[in-house]
Design a protein. Structure first.
Length: 454
């Protein structure tokens, strides 16, 4: 395993850098394509959220891989390499696995314990599969990360350590308005949600459950906004009054809304400070704004408008720094450590499997050759005698190979066990091409299987 991750997050970089480095969907695809075109990388996928950008790759050279991945991140993010480098972190092999598993459990999130990261990890894996850039290692890694994250949430109380960014953001808005309870603060308010992606959908559903009287969804694609509004207003949904509008109607809706949540993929501002000030002058009542986009959707100048309360990614980062850590965090860390060890053992064991298969294939060929030679020397053998001799020779070979192959798999699963595959190939003079062909066949089978699991 030569897993390498190079990235930056809210823990390593200021929001201003994260905002500039944000990757659009098309840019992520181009980044993956260029990663595989780079000499050190055999696989790659990217995990891009509102507060982290991480590039994962299977590389054959550590230093060359770090240099190449760092350069690619700089090129596609638009932030110069010299400026970006101080904020980058690098994890390799087991440390890289530990990092992703910690991320999946919410330990590395801005709000510790939030569960939305699992959906984002799932999306990262799906992107790698769709672009055919995620091979066996990254498929196994990200599938396992999803299972580890779900285990942490089901076996511990990590959920109590924090909430999603949406909930945390609404709590900050409510607290700033002098109300510690979100439901009490939100009850009866009119809400405007800009965007219809996963974060915006979560925000709309959270607001609806909190008791707002109406939710208006604005999106560039009206059909997506209409679909979300329909889901919210259905009896089986939240039952809130919900409707969809086009983006051109945002200015008018702003004059009627009490709380606005925005999270789009726009590269420029969706709400300018001037637009917010105009709306407040018309409405003459307080306006609460929650900006969850990266780069930001709402002009930072809006917080200077009288009557406006603005919470954005930067202020959430500051607020979460003082959030108490739950005792369950230690239990989750234990789960992560155990899962990292198990993943490493499984990968090391899998590495030797093609060699063991090649050895048994060679042994089967020797048996077949010797039986054929025996038949030539003893042509009078009947079918029963021939079958008995063949079965006896096979049993002898199987018994001779059983203990060594079982033991070599056990040894290979331990730290530092990678050399046992090389030793086995050398001792039995195995054809490297035979081993490689087994690996390719297994990789193709795994690729087909894993693409159907996400």
């Amino acid at each position: 395993m030569s897993l390498l991750v190079v990235g930056l997050s809210h823990r390593s970089a200021p929001v201003s850098i994260l905002e500039r480095a944000a990757l659009s969907g098309d840019t992520q695809i181009k980044l993956l394509q260029d990663t595989l075109a780079a000499e050190p990388a055999a696989e790659g996928t990217v995990l891009a959220t509102c507060n982290r950008i991480e590039l994962y790759a299977d590389v054959d050279k550590f230093h060359a891989g770090v240099a190449e991945l760092s350069t690619l991140l700089a090129q596609h993010s638009g932030v110069g390499l010299e400026e970006l480098t101080p904020y980058l972190y690098v994890h390799y092999e087991d440390r890289a696995v530990h990092h992703l598993f910690s991320v999946a459990c919410g330990l590395d999130s801005m709000v510790v314990g939030e569960g939305q990261i699992l959906g984002q990890i799932k999306d990262a894996l799906a992107l790698g599969q769709e672009q055919h850039t995620a091979g066996r290692l990254l498929n196994d890694l990200f599938q396992q990360a999803l299972r580890v994250g779900k285990r942490a949430h089901s076996e511990t109380g990590i959920d109590r350590a924090g909430q999603s960014l949406v909930t945390f953001g609404l709590e900050q808005l409510a607290d700033g308005a002098g109300d510690a309870d979100v439901d009490t603060w939100a009850k009866g308010k009119r809400a405007l949600v800009i965007g219809a992606g996963s974060m915006s959908s979560l925000a709309a559903a959270t607001l609806a459950r909190s008791g707002v009287s109406e939710v208006v969804i604005a999106n560039r694609t009206l059909a997506r906004a209409e679909r979300l509004a329909q889901i919210l207003s259905e009896p089986g949904g939240t039952g809130v009054v919900a409707r969809a509008v086009e983006m051109v109607a945002v200015g008018d809706e702003l004059t009627r809304a009490d709380v606005v949540v925005s999270c789009t993929g726009a590269t420029g501002l969706v709400l300018t400070g001037e637009a917010v000030e105009t709306a407040v002058q018309v409405r003459r009542t307080p306006l609460a704004l929650l900006d969850l986009a990266m780069p930001r959707d709402i002009d930072a100048a809006a917080h200077r408008v009288p009557g406006v309360r603005l919470v954005d990614i930067e202020s959430l980062a500051e607020a979460s720094a003082d959030a108490p850590m739950a005792a369950d965090v230690d239990q989750v860390r234990g789960i992560v450590s155990d899962e990292v060890a198990a993943f490493g053992a499984a990968q090391r064991a899998a590495h030797i499997t093609p060699t063991v298969v090649a050895l048994r294939t060679m042994a089967a060929d020797v048996v077949a050759s010797e039986v054929a030679r025996l038949e030539g020397r003893l042509p009078d053998l009947d079918d029963k005698q021939r079958a008995e001799i063949t079965q006896t020779v096979r049993r002898v070979v199987d018994k001779l190979l059983h203990a060594p192959t079982v033991r070599v798999k056990q040894l290979a699963s331990e730290p530092g066990g990678a050399g046992y595959a090389d030793a086995l190939r050398t001792l039995f003079d195995l054809d490297p091409e035979t081993v490689a062909s087994v690996s390719r066949a297994d990789l193709n089978d795994a690729d087909v299987k894993n693409r159907g699991r996400v």
